[in-house]
Design a protein. Structure first.
Length: 101
């Protein structure tokens, strides 16, 4: 989803920037250390194929996970890391927030 460009920052419709399949899992201990510095209570880590020049995730972007277990959650990107074991993937650390907040 893209940035909200409305006057007060709370209106407007999100814009889909990129859509892909992802491996979603609980944050590792290293990921929790990064999340701990951000005062995060709800976190997740996703692994996606590196879209190269098609799309580069930024900290301002939001993530929606289309899974019934994550309904109503909007995820903020905290950190983007290349996967050092397989360079065709990106690891993205997410902070969860409720849609109603």
């Amino acid at each position: 989803m893209g940035l909200d460009t409305s006057f007060d920052g709370r209106g407007g419709d999100p814009t889909e920037l990129f859509k892909t399949y992802a491996d979603v899992y609980n944050p590792s201990n290293k990921d929790l250390t990064i999340l701990g510095n951000q005062n995060v209570k709800n976190g997740a880590t996703i692994k996606i194929r590196d879209p190269l020049t098609t799309y580069q995730p930024k900290n301002d972007d939001k993530v929606l996970i289309e899974d019934p277990r994550y309904v109503g959650e909007v995820w903020n990107i905290i950190d983007v890391q290349p996967d050092f074991h397989d360079r065709t993937y990106l690891k993205i650390i997410l902070k969860g927030t409720n849609l109603n907040e």
